[in-house]
Design a protein around this ligand. Structure first.
Ligand SMILES: [Zn+2]
Length: 135
């Protein structure tokens, strides 16, 4: 009886040493485990894969394009404003009206473009995480 208890404990010793505790829920998991069986968290580095990286790059590119388009609109607007100032086609179209329309257009482009960027970034975050194939 005593001997069996002793052998049971001594056979358990190496098991304890090859386990580690999960950094998220502190339960004991095998040292080689990639995912915790208790809380289902990855315990190794993960990535969303190529699709998520592509979506993320697309979101960044779209944000950059949006800022560039807004800057372009602003510089075009400056030219239009100068032309309106010089020619005064219609007394109702003052530089103030042009400025208002210009800022409304820039705000619309910025809002719409950044919303698309945020949407793409959110889609990239939705991609399921997998253990990285690099270290
Ligand atoms: Zn865990």
């Amino acid at each position: 009886m005593l001997a069996t208890a002793f052998t049971a404990r001594s056979s358990k010793e190496p098991l304890v040493s090859i386990e580690r505790s999960c950094p998220y829920c502190c339960s004991q998991i095998p040292r080689e485990a990639k995912k915790c069986h208790a809380c289902a968290e990855w315990v190794v580095g993960t990535s969303g894969g190529v699709a998520a990286a592509t979506l993320w790059l697309l979101a960044l590119g779209w944000a950059a394009l949006t800022v560039l388009a807004s800057a372009g609109l602003w510089s075009i607007g400056q030219g239009v404003m100068r032309w309106v100032w010089m020619h005064s086609v219609d007394p109702a179209i003052t530089p103030q009206v042009v400025t208002l329309l210009l800022y409304a257009a820039i705000a619309a482009v910025l809002l719409k473009g950044l919303m698309v960027s945020v949407g793409l970034a959110l889609l990239a975050r939705l991609a399921p995480r997998r253990p990285r194939w690099w270290s």
